[in-house]
Design a protein around this ligand. Structure first.
Ligand code: GLV
Ligand code: MN
Ligand code: MN
Length: 413
């Protein structure tokens, strides 16, 4: 079947979405439940309604956009991604999968295709961990990886709970209702930029994700003793930031120490109290991100970091509290879905490459309740989580075309 993607429409929508931001364009900041996030959701919903798709929203703001098939009683085929963006991000992470998913559905409709299974586009609430310190909380709740205690357990930096923040954004109702039944989707396919350099380097337009690396997060609080930057003598200090600096380097040392290229360790946030140039830091809070394709090796790094924290605490006479925020298992894609994507790419005369996703995605959790696979497209220099993130119009259109063909194939089985 001939499916024409309206690339002009899709690119214009990606450009519009990029302007809905808390940061000055071209930087994009869209933190979940912020004003920008809410405006972006309203705009997205109106696009879906214009396309005559039915829209429902759950109690935390996951948005489901359904094109009902001729056999609506069958489990649907799902696609989708996220539109929240970390501070000072670019405009393609997540958004290509949401607006590309919408374009794939519209193109299928316009080409006269009629699905047997319903096709559903999902906009996940908060794939990024910016607000609650944990990634993918929308898909965690959908898949049962998080339960209703999340309403009180998940807290933003200012102490407000998920319950308060979702209510403030207009999302109410029992959080237990967010969980999807096991047979809700017959398959889930997410389109995303690679966020790494391989496809561009090898000039391959389509990546097919075979597995997603296992992420983990720690919160570390280091408490020492504050005081006057001039009056407290160096031998008498219990500087929390100096201790934290050693912990930061221990994270790097442990991640590099596995000798595996697949292990990554990052300390991405650091808050210093009281935060005055002439005051010795008394409290430092760090957020640590550790990942690996190999879960056991990832867990060894977590243990080493914990041991380093104990050692630094004892030697520097400070207290170090380590909280494990998450330690998730990796996910494997479904061989049937990999095959469906590969056949769609072949049909379109496109080269494809099977690859690992080192970044996490909502698909990591969707894999718990449905067969899952992902389509990657190249991004310039492999750059992501930066405002100079870029995917070319051709690559976006190509990925969307492969998605449309894959959805058509899966919705007809
Ligand atoms: C997702 O944004 C990730 O950090 O992998
Ligand atoms: Mn991201
Ligand atoms: Mn993403």
């Amino acid at each position: 079947m001939q499916i024409e993607i309206n690339a002009k429409r899709l690119l214009a929508e990606l450009e519009t979405l990029a302007t809905i931001s808390e940061a000055e364009p071209p930087a994009v900041t869209r933190v979940v439940y912020s004003d920008a996030d809410r405006r972006a959701r309203a705009w997205f919903t109106s696009l879906c309604e214009q396309a005559e798709l039915s829209v429902r929203t759950d109690a935390i703001g996951n948005i489901f956009v359904r094109w009902t098939g001729s056999q609506p009683e069958l489990p649907a085929i799902g696609t989708g991604s996220h539109i929240d963006a970390i501070p000072f991000a670019g405009s393609y992470d997540g958004t290509v999968g949401v607006l590309g998913g919408l374009e794939a559905i519209r193109s299928l409709k316009e080409s006269g295709f009629r699905p047997q299974r319903s096709i559903e586009l999902l906009l996940f609430t908060a794939e990024e961990p910016t607000r609650f310190g944990i990634g993918c909380f929308g898909s965690r709740l959908l898949s049962g990886a998080l339960g209703s205690s999340a309403d009180e357990d998940l807290r933003a930096g200012d102490g407000s709970t998920l319950a308060e923040l979702r209510a403030g954004a207009g999302y109410t109702g029992p959080i237990a209702g967010v969980l999807l039944p096991q047979n809700y989707y017959a398959g889930f396919v997410e389109l995303h930029i690679e966020q790494g350099p391989l496809l561009e380097r090898e000039r391959v337009p389509i990546g097919i994700v075979t597995n997603i690396a296992a992420p983990a997060g720690l919160r570390i609080a280091v408490e020492g003793e504050g005081g006057h930057a001039g009056a407290v003598l160096m031998p008498d200090r219990k500087d929390a930031f100096c201790a934290a600096a050693e912990i930061v380097l221990a994270v790097e040392r442990s991640a590099r120490g596995t000798g595996a290229i697949d292990t990554c360790g990052t300390v991405g946030t650091c808050q210093i109290h009281p935060g005055a140039v002439n005051s010795i830091p008394s409290l430092v809070q760090l957020q640590v991100d550790i990942r690996d394709t190999d879960e056991q090796r990832r867990d060894r790094v977590l243990r080493e970091v914990k041991e380093a924290c104990d050692e630094v605490a004892a030697r520097r006479c400070v207290s170090v509290r380590v909280e494990l925020v998450n330690a998730d298992a990796p996910a494997e894609s479904s061989p049937q879905l990999i095959d469906a994507i590969e056949r769609s790419a072949d049909e379109l005369g496109l080269r494809s490459k099977k690859m690992v996703s080192r970044a996490y995605h909502d698909s990591l959790f969707m894999a718990r309740i449905a067969p899952m696979a992902m389509i990657f497209i190249p991004c310039r220099g492999g750059v992501s989580h930066r405002l100079d993130e870029y995917a070319s119009p051709d690559d976006i259109a190509t990925g969307t075309r492969v998605l449309a063909h894959t959805l058509a194939r899966l919705a007809s089985e």
